[in-house]
Write a protein that binds this ligand. Sequence first.
Ligand code: X2X
Length: 339
Amino acid sequence: MQNPTRRRALRTLSAVPAAGLVSALPRIARAAEFSLKYGNNLPLTHPLNIRAQEAADRIAKESKGRVEIKIFPNNQLGGDTDMLAQVRSGGIDFFTPSALVIATLVPVAAINAVGFAFSDYKQVWAAMDGKLGAHVRAAIAKSRLYAFEKMWDNGFRQTTSSKAPVTGAKDMDGLKIRVPVSPLSISMFKGLGAAPASLQFSEVYSALQTKIVDAQENPLPIIQVAKLYEVQKYASLTNHIWDGYWFIANGRSWEALPADLKAIVARGINEAGLQQREDIKKLNDSVVDDLKAKGLAINTPSSDSFRAKLRESGFYGEWKGRFGAEAWGLLEAAVGKLA
Ligand code: X2X
């Protein structure tokens, strides 16, 4: 006797027109119930992409193929501003904007990037996994975006230049420096006396190469994977901002997932985020030698003159007002008095 499953399969097949059969079959076999797109601004070799791919693989496996996450790295879908618009409209389902970038939509999200606030990772993760992070996530939710619980690490931002090392606040004077599309970054570098220009990350390499700007600031792992050392001579370890990525989802895409799949996706992404934090921590230590070998001259200025200049210019007072007493209070509870 013929096996009934086989008989049913044959009946189904006979209903498909012969011409459509070849192309239809593999698609039927592979189609995931939820096929989700994730865009980001970093090269494939950055830990963010390596861990995100691992998360996607794990989520596909644990959901038994019901959820597929396709990654579009390295600004393939446009720069940060474009991807932020796409994740809001549902054109993409996931995006990892830096706190600096999502702050163009959710202003309080830049609170972790107040200059010289965090002194180490212990402070950072206590705050971002604690009350300060919860405050920001609630604000993000008001924009109908879902922010996963665990922030991913970008790192402490450092300053590179093709002109001269930055040894203290005086060397910021008039410096043509690229910063992200971020009101806080512009305000901070103006406060330090520099001449900042906002550009999306997708344009940074060529802007440095063609000398539209002389300097930029980013964590060391990005300086390495985006090969910024090819177009810069000096790296000054200013540690001026701690920056992280919010892993966010379009609100409707997130709500469309049934509870069991939400749990699988959230676990996959949050746990990958924790591993990615470890990757960046290790890279921060190892990458200095690599960047030196690639020709960057590295120096470590004291933060005192920068802090003093920011206080003097009214930077902290201004941003305390802009973020509001509640958020500022949560930041100061984590790092101590700032202004
Ligand atoms: O644009 C940058 O400098 C980067 C890559 O650090 C951010 O995503 C903010």
